[in-house]
Design a protein around this ligand. Structure first.
Ligand code: CA
Length: 170
């Protein structure tokens, strides 16, 4: 299992990286929002541990960007903020869980394992297959045995949404 931690406080970031590595995970650590956003958008991770207050791009913006791009990786927010509104904002943007600093590592580990067991929501699968036609929601393209379809961003996105809605009927 591969995890990405985005945390600008190096003491916390290194501590989490070491602890999660010792627990058997492969861990990447980004120290600012820009690097974290880039890694989360280009690499494949099983879970993202995301600090909210970050240099360059804050955690909320990273999460929003990921979800808009169709990336449904589970996200655990780390936040120093402890107001109801901040927690609700994170959850509404698509966070799967959150921890308020300071927290115990064992609690973080338990939440990480729970989120990984739960995995990505089936409703947000990134590839849909019907007969020999495969629709890649991430890359916004469709491919089949006999043909490959390249269409405009908006057009494919629209078709994907329709197909997702109808999936249970099919
Ligand atoms: Ca921070």
């Amino acid at each position: 299992m591969k995890l990405l931690i985005v945390e600008d406080e190096s003491k916390i970031g290194n501590y989490l990286k070491q602890g999660l590595s010792e627990a058997g995970f492969v861990v990447d650590l980004a120290h600012n929002g820009l690097d974290g956003h880039h890694l989360a958008m280009t690499e494949v991770y099983d879970l993202l541990i995301l600090d909210v207050m970050l240099p360059d791009i804050d955690g909320w913006t990273i999460l929003k960007s990921l979800r808009e791009a169709g990336r449904n990786i589970p996200v655990l927010f780390l936040t120093a903020r402890d107001t109801v509104n901040d927690r609700v904002k994170g959850l509404e943007l698509g966070a799967d869980d959150y921890l308020v600093k300071p927290f115990a590592f064992v609690e973080l580990l338990a939440r990480v394992r729970t989120l990984l067991r739960r995995g990505a929501s089936p409703a947000n699968e990134t590839t849909l297959t019907v007969a020999d036609l495969e629709l890649d929601l991430m890359r916004r393209c469709a491919a089949g045995r006999r043909y490959r379809i390249g269409t405009g961003h908006r057009q494919v996105h629209c078709r994907c949404s329709q197909r997702q809605d109808r999936r249970n009927v099919l």
